[in-house]
Design a protein around this ligand. Structure first.
Ligand code: 5AD
Ligand code: SF4
Length: 426
């Protein structure tokens, strides 16, 4: 049987798509391997969100090409957002590449693997892969894609161009997957989508979907990522407040604290509206942990705009944040604008937000020392032999001495120490 090796870059959507491709290819007779040197098909599932991601992948592609020297039959392909971004230009520019397959073309992957070098990057506004069965990674957490694509067109973002328009998986199909993963022994479900809370299937909106999933036996926790602030409706907030399995944790990308920058990003909210939303969420969901995404150095971002981002971070006190230097992307609106912030200044601003966030994260976590927390046990701790690691409802990593606990179990432990990124418990 031919074997396939898949390497995944970028966001959780890609991790989930890799599970989908693996499942689909398995049903066509491909076994999975973790060794590129043994694989007949080498596939990189790629990310196009920032230029840096693409540069890394081009480098990796060059390195993997050596597998063709001894075994010329090996097929190397690119899947995902970068495949869609460069499309047919990729085969010309990368001689050892055999196929290029966009995010809506995975269904045709097995058929296409038996042909000549090809590019399949047709976007399909109806493709949800709802009927394909993913080969999920073993563990306590299962990711379920409930919607794909994005209609928001934030001016910095390439996603709508490479992943196409928004579409939702039918609620019945989502719930069937929730029941299935519960039966398979997963304890936590994470709903995934580019703008996950824009989910809609006729009568079922995102809040109703959460409520329905909440009723499935066997699942202990439900999460979702990433929501857009503008789609954080009353119904979604109410579902978070009333569904006991929906974890008190939200990754709510803000991007900037300056209303002027937010307007040019076309995010659809002001800094004030975002802050009011945060207040409403805290009022509805006790113990809520918030994380976010922040971009520094967007075209036109002044020192005052940047200070507004720092001020918003201080006001919200996010538990954690992903912070990025703006990276100009083809196709996007902002990609046509002049960059006004130098690379050195972007680097300085990035260091400043990272420094501030480290302080805030460390101080929030230090405040938890002495508290009892509930941990869903995931497996061995990475750096301490005989210790286990898991997550709190707030999605904080906790490490603690094993004492007979097993993955999938909920345990209560007392926090004895903390860092900006981890809680240590006895
Ligand atoms: N440059 C920098 N960061 C970006 N992101 C999206 N597009 C860009 C870009 N062009 C960030 C946003 C988004 C996260 C997934 O990646 O913060 O929320
Ligand atoms: Fe990109 Fe904005 Fe869509 Fe998020 S909401 S994927 S940032 S266009």
């Amino acid at each position: 049987m031919p074997s396939v090796y898949i390497e995944t870059y970028g966001c959780q959507m890609n991790v989930s798509d890799t599970e989908l491709m693996r499942g689909h290819l398995a049903r066509s007779g491909y076994t999975a391997t973790t060794e590129p040197g043994e694989a007949d098909v080498i596939l990189l599932n790629t990310c196009a969100i920032r230029e840096h991601a693409e540069e890394r992948i081009f480098g990796r592609l060059g390195a993997l090409a050596r597998h063709k020297v001894r075994r010329p039959h090996v097929q190397i392909g690119l899947a995902g957002c970068m495949a869609q971004h460069f499309r047919d230009r990729l085969l010309d520019r990368t001689p050892h590449l055999d196929f290029v397959v966009g995010p809506d073309a995975y269904r045709r992957l097995p058929a296409l693997l038996s042909g000549d070098p090809f590019v399949d990057v047709r976007l399909d506004r109806d493709e949800t892969y709802a009927d394909l069965v993913p080969n999920r990674a073993a563990g306590v957490r299962a990711w379920i894609t409930i919607m794909r694509g994005c209609d928001k067109f934030c001016t910095f973002c390439i996603v709508p161009y490479v992943r196409g328009r928004e579409r939702s998986v039918l609620a019945e199909a989502v719930l069937a997957q929730v029941r299935e993963v519960a039966e398979q022994g997963y304890r936590e479900v994470v709903f995934l989508g580019q703008t996950v809370n824009a989910y809609r299937d006729g009568a079922t909106d995102f809040g109703a979907l959460l409520a329905a999933a909440n009723a499935v036996d066997g699942i202990t926790r439900l999460r979702f990522t990433s929501p857009h602030p503008s789609d954080m409706t009353e119904s979604a907030i109410a579902a978070m407040a009333t569904c006991e399995k929906v974890a008190p944790q939200l990754h709510l990308p803000v991007q900037s604290g300056s209303t002027a920058v937010l307007a040019r990003m076309e995010r659809g909210y002001s800094a004030d509206v975002y802050l009011r939303l945060v207040d409403r969420l805290h009022a509805a969901v006790p113990g809520l942990a918030l994380s976010t995404d922040i971009i520094v150095g967007f075209p036109g971002e002044t020192e005052a705009d940047f200070d507004a981002t720092l001020a918003l971070m201080r006001a919200v006190r996010f538990d954690s944040a992903f912070m990025f230097k703006y990276s100009r992307r083809d196709h996007t609106k902002a990609g046509k604008w002049d960059e006004t912030v130098s690379e050195a200044e972007k680097a300085r601003r990035l260091q400043a937000v990272i420094g501030l966030q480290e302080e805030i994260s460390a101080s929030i976590n230090a405040g938890l020392v002495g508290a009892d927390v509930e941990v869903l046990v995931e497996g061995p701790a990475r750096r301490r032999a005989g210790w286990l690691a898991g997550k709190t409802p707030q999605f904080k990593t906790v490490v603690f001495p094993a004492k007979g606990a097993t993955p999938g179990e909920l345990v209560r432990v007392r926090v004895t120490d903390s860092t900006a990124h981890t809680l240590i418990a006895a």
